[in-house]
Design a protein around this ligand. Structure first.
Ligand code: 5GP
Ligand code: MG
Ligand code: MG
Length: 177
């Protein structure tokens, strides 16, 4: 069965190039600190795996799962954080790796969680940013691409748990939703 996309928004090679740039920038910004990178499941898995391979500094990794209650293509603002962490957070420099910051409720909730756990510094690295949709008061420290208000899939991101495996980012046709 073929996928029915409206269009490909970001090609594989464009993602690769930008992720390498982000890795270089983060490596230079954290040259003097021990970094802890947090993968926010599930959407960030591909971005996270590629990004950490582009870091030239020592890094520890850990995982957290966030789920929000809402409609199928937007969030309600109620975010549940499942703590899967095995590493201590207190006093650490943490970078939260997210697939997309939309309303911002999810990342704000996770940022607050890490601050409550006593992290010394928490920054956000998102692959995609949809600033037009922002409600929560949060601004990513590192952002791969700013995109318009369109629902995207691929490179970790899903619609009904499908399309996460695509190596590019696409916009679904209305009929596919
Ligand atoms: P928030 O509105 O809280 O910033 O976004 C929460 C989460 O909803 C994101 O981390 C992402 O997993 C998901 N999300 C937001 N926009 C999109 C989108 O365009 N496509 C997909 N697949 N997920 C999205
Ligand atoms: Mg996400
Ligand atoms: Mg999702």
């Amino acid at each position: 069965m073929a996928f029915d996309f409206e269009k490909i928004l970001i090609e594989k090679h464009t993602i690769e190039k930008r992720v390498a740039e982000l890795g270089k920038k983060i490596s230079s910004d954290y040259a003097d600190e021990e970094l802890m990178a947090i993968c926010i499941l599930k959407g960030s898995i591909l971005f996270f795996a590629d990004l950490i391979r582009c870091l030239s500094i020592p890094v520890k990794i850990d995982f957290i799962k966030a789920s929000s209650y809402g409609t199928r293509t937007s969030t309600s603002g109620k975010v549940k954080v499942d703590d899967l962490l095995s590493e201590k957070i207190k006093g650490r420099s943490v970078i939260l790796v997210e697939d997309i910051v939309d309303s911002g409720f999810t990342i704000k909730r996770i940022l607050d969680f890490f601050m409550e756990q006593g992290a010394s510094d928490v920054r956000v690295c998102t692959l995609l940013d949809k600033p037009d949709r922002r409600v929560a008061d949060v601004d990513p420290d590192y952002s791969g691409f700013t995109i318009p208000d369109e629902f995207v899939v691929g490179y970790g991101m899903d619609f009904d748990q499908r399309y996460r495996n695509l190596p590019y980012i696409a916009v679904l046709k209305e009929t596919e939703k």
